[in-house]
Design a protein around this ligand. Sequence first.
Ligand code: 4NP
Length: 162
Amino acid sequence: MPYKLLFVCLGNICRSPSAENIMNHILTKADLNHAIACDSAGTSSYHIGSSPDRRMNLAAKKRGITLNGSARQFQESDFEEFDLILAMDRSNYRNIVSLDSQAKYQHKVKLMCDFALNYSETEVPDPYYGGAEGFDRVIDLLLDACNGLLDRLVQEEKIAID
Ligand code: 4NP
């Protein structure tokens, strides 16, 4: 059984699909796709069914990564389904844990930036209403945090490497 990661932002068209596709890219390079399964979701219903944002895709392409997927909304059953839920910012974090009515799953919910190695940001900034540099920043921050997250999962022996 692969270890299951769910990346979550507000719209599921910018940050969380980037995190999902960046992590898959890193896993492919490390030949670890069998060990970890990635998905993403938004806390809002605004963009259900939409492809990743075109500006986000452009920024990802500059780093050799294509963004696949269509937006879906986070749902309560995701708490059971996934091993670790990564919120992009504190607002996402609060929205996620507010759906955990019995406070059973808080241990599964973390902030993505907790895993960053080379960046001091504590949140992945929402790029939606800003310029192109904000989208580039999201990609670079997520590349770093995804590498840090994979290192941590290996260190903590959450995944099987054979
Ligand atoms: P995301 O970015 O949460 O990273 O997907 C946003 C996408 C859409 C909106 C806000 C943020 N919006 O307000 O529609």
